[in-house]
Design a protein around this ligand. Structure first.
Ligand SMILES: C[S@@+](CC[C@H](N)C(=O)[O-])C[C@H]1O[C@@H](n2cnc3c(N)ncnc32)[C@H](O)[C@@H]1O
Length: 296
């Protein structure tokens, strides 16, 4: 098969805006959406999204779990696709991404993304073999509606990579800046709720974070605390935008001090050699209600 080649005429006929690879230019109309131009969700990627693709890359071990969950799907819809992380290279992928800044970071080997939101997917019922959404559901204005849309357009699995808000405080960063966790927790729809909205038979897989994880979400740096001293690392993690800048600066200053004094290593140093962190990352895989026999 030709990998990710797409019939752009189909995309254009669907009435969607298409973000051009590398340029971020748009043409057309998004079909009546009321959202502000250039993005959607609870974080302003137009203002703060540059550099995302450099620090938030596909981690191959996490990708393997996602791709296995997609089963034998040949056509895959990626919702909230961002710069294209985790899109499988060996299937036909259609991507949906409302932020022009994020679409412009998609590498040239990936198909361009359609400017649309999860809540209004411009696809027919059952038109793709599978739908995926990675670390994006928590940013949607109406996660339930977006999840129902994914269920509607996928004739096979809906695969959602997200974080379990109830376990976020197990990460040592909570000891330095509990406000960060407090701000982050309510953003995440409960895992049980995601399963209920998607319906059918579903599974939840805890996803271990590898010690050298190349997708730079917060827990990815469990063994590399120095990373949080780098403003560019923090900028690529949307949650820092939800805490007061002074509080964040004080927390980072305390972390710097503890790293220099050895206090961090005395408390958490064993993590530097722990190959995986079992934190809050979860993979939800939901089969269509008509297909429950395949689930365990
Ligand atoms: C943290 S990024 C994740 C991007 C990509 N899936 C990844 O794994 O790197 C979250 C993405 O969700 C997008 N987003 C926010 N609100 C959305 C919505 N209502 N529908 C679809 N995508 C949305 C953002 O523009 C952003 O690109």
């Amino acid at each position: 098969m030709s990998g990710c080649s797409l019939d752009l005429n189909i995309l254009i006929r669907s009435g969607c805006v298409i973000g051009l690879v590398g340029g971020g230019d748009v043409a057309g109309d998004s079909g009546g959406s009321t959202r502000a131009a250039g993005g959607a969700g609870d974080f302003d990627y137009e203002a703060h999204g540059d550099g995302y693709a450099r620090r938030r890359r596909t981690d191959p071990r996490i990708a393997a779990l996602i791709h296995a969950a997609l089963g034998d799907a040949r056509t895959v819809l990626n919702v909230g696709a961002g710069a294209g992380s985790y899109e499988p290279a060996d299937r036909h992928v259609v991507a949906v991404e409302p932020s022009a800044a994020m679409r412009s970071q998609r590498p040239r080997h990936l198909a361009p993304a359609i400017d649309a939101t999860a809540e209004e997917l411009p696809f027919d019922d059952g038109s793709v073999d599978a739908a995926m959404a990675t670390v994006t559901v928590h940013q949607w204005a109406d996660p339930d509606r977006g999840l129902r849309e994914m269920r509607r357009v996928s004739r096979g699995p809906v695969v959602v990579l997200t974080f379990d808000g109830d376990t976020l405080d197990q990460f040592w960063l909570a000891d330095y800046i509990p406000q960060l966790i407090a701000a982050d927790r309510p953003r995440y729809p409960a895992i049980g709720h995601i399963r209920a909205v998607l319906g059918g038979a579903s599974t939840v897989t805890p996803v271990p974070v590898p010690i050298d994880c190349v997708d730079g979400f917060t827990e990815a740096y469990y063994a590399r605390p120095e990373a949080f001293l780098d403003p560019a690392v923090r900028r690529s993690q949307s949650v820092w935008g939800f805490v007061d800048a002074d509080i964040a600066e004080r927390a980072v200053a305390r972390l710097r001090h503890d790293l220099e004094s050895g206090t961090w290593d005395r408390h958490y140093g064993a993590l530097r050699h722990q190959p995986e962190f079992h934190g809050s990352l979860r993979l939800v895989t939901a089969l269509p209600p008509s297909d429950t026999a395949q689930a365990d």
